[in-house]
Write a protein that binds this ligand. Structure first.
Ligand code: FAD
Length: 444
């Protein structure tokens, strides 16, 4: 039986290991932390589910739904239909019409001429749909070299871009979409068009835990070097005070993008160039815990940029089953990237103070949580800025490849849980096609 090592038990690594195991490979996953899930990992705190994001996915996320079915979680998938999203405007909260198209941010508070422009945005986005093939350098080129900001300014103008489209799309994406290329922005919008937002009772980490339970995962293995040649792969790691080595016929590297290049010293130049060019956005999240849930009749509220305002989105987690004790409240305030940078040296109490002050100045009003927990995530979301798809196409179409090595991570397929899972499944297929049927596996 051919053996494969998978490095990283995030959703990408777990999806990959799951598919390889089902295909009959002898798979071992090496994970640095004590639990699976990577960026989707969550923790329980006095009955509250503390996860970095609300773990929302889309009804069209087939890879995620397939895995959930496999680990008997299909009945735990819930839709969030009752509570509309909203944008905080100068005139109060404007409810966003049910999500059909994240670009078409129609709210009651939009002037008729603006509504016309937003409609035009939808038409323009549909016009470009066919050009969004990520591995065809030629097709995607025009949109890839353009920033989302430039493209949006041409279609809707600066005002609507700043006040409506970017705040709402950024809140949905969990990052500032102004950093994206037009191509990445439109692909993100296309992915969410016409879908229902969904979540898993207990959070996305539950999916990771269930998958890990069915796999051979070795936790606490901090991998320091990964090499592979024509005859197989070798991995060095540290487990506590002990140095270890593992060998297999092939390896899949599913660690968060930025550390890829330093972990794999013998990558071919085109692979190294691609990984070194990756960039990820930071994220700061403040979890606000309440004994009694505040009345916020929205799923999520987006905040346009304003002077001295650091919160970019407020996610209402207690509308989701299992996120908070009965009657209690859980809100997650996501800070903008600018505020994340500004407050990088601030204490958690100072961050909490900024968040509560900002919300008091918004249509949300004064809140008095019993506790605020602050999470800071260094590499939270991949940024597909201008030129990213050209770089990805060069990587995918490279002639010279490191043998017996495949790569997985959300950044290959957009961002989010579904992107991570589909990249993991893709890496598994790559390995299955490349490996000869027989082999030896040894862990020292
Ligand atoms: C704040 C926040 C909110 C989010 N909200 C949502 C959301 O609502 N919906 C959604 O779909 N997605 C959301 N996401 C994105 C989603 O969590 C990620 O896209 C996805 O989990 C990425 O999975 P991955 O496997 O590609 O990478 P990771 O989760 O980063 O997994 C990499 C794994 O590799 C391990 N590792 C790293 N280095 C080593 C090493 N040297 N040795 C061994 N192991 C190593 C890590 O510990 C980790 O377990 C959110 C992310 C963040 C940060």
């Amino acid at each position: 039986m051919a053996s494969v090592l998978v490095i990283g038990a995030g959703l990408a690594g777990l999806a990959c290991a799951w598919r390889l195991q089902r295909a009959g490979f002898d798979v071992e996953v090496l994970e640095r932390e004590a639990a699976p899930g990577g960026r989707a990992r969550s923790r329980e705190h006095e009955g509250f589910l503390i996860e970095p994001g609300v773990g929302v996915f889309a009804s069209r996320d087939n890879g995620l739904h397939g895995l959930a079915r496999h680990v008997d979680l299909a009945s735990d998938v819930q839709s969030i239909l009752r509570f509309p999203d909203a944008i905080d405007t100068a005139h109060g909260m404007a409810a966003v019409r049910p999500i059909e198209d994240p670009l078409f941010v129609q709210t009651d508070a939009v002037h008729r001429s603006d509504a016309w422009r937003l409609g035009r945005l939808r038409v323009e986005a549909l016009r470009w749909r066919r050009e969004l093939d990520p591995v065809s350098e030629k097709a995607i080129g025009a949109l890839d070299s353009l920033s989302a900001v430039t493209w949006l300014d041409r279609v809707v103008g600066r005002g609507l871009r700043r006040e409506r489209v970017v705040p709402y799309a950024s809140a949905l994406a969990g990052m500032n979409v102004e950093a994206l290329s037009a191509a990445a922005f439109l692909r993100f919008a296309e992915r969410l068009r016409g879908v229902r937002p969904q979540y898993l009772i207990g959070g996305l980490a539950l999916l990771a835990n269930r998958l890990a339970d069915r796999l051979n995962v070795r936790f606490g293995c901090d991998v320091s070097a990964i090499e592979s040649e024509d005859d197989g792969a070798r991995v060095r790691y540290r487990a506590g005070a002990r140095e270890g080595r593992a060998m297999a016929d092939a390896v899949v590297v599913a660690v968060t993008g930025p550390s890829m290049a330093s972990l794999c010293p013998k990558l071919v130049p085109s692979e190294r160039g691609f990984f070194e060019s990756l960039s990820f956005a930071r994220r700061t999240v403040a979890h606000l815990l309440f004994d009694a849930a505040p009345a916020v009749p929205h799923r999520m509220i987006a905040f346009p940029p304003r002077d001295g305002f650091g919160v970019s989105a407020l996610e209402v987690a207690h509308h989701m089953r299992g996120a908070a004790p009965s009657g209690a409240g859980l809100l997650r305030a996501v800070l903008s990237e600018a505020a994340t940078g500004r407050l990088s040296g601030a204490t958690d109490a100072e961050v909490a103070g900024v968040v509560l002050d900002n919300l008091e100045r918004s249509a949300v009003g004064r809140l008095t949580p019993r506790e605020v927990i602050v999470d800071r995530i260094d590499a939270a979301a991949p940024i597909a800025g201008p030129g990213f798809f050209a770089s990805l196409a060069r990587f995918e179409n490279r002639v010279e490849r490191t043998p017996r090595m495949a790569f997985a991570g959300d950044y290959f397929a957009g961002q989010g849980a579904e992107a991570a899972i589909s990249s993991g499944l893709h890496a598994a297929s790559e390995i299955a096609h490349a490996l000869p049927p027989r082999s030896v596996s040894r862990v020292v």
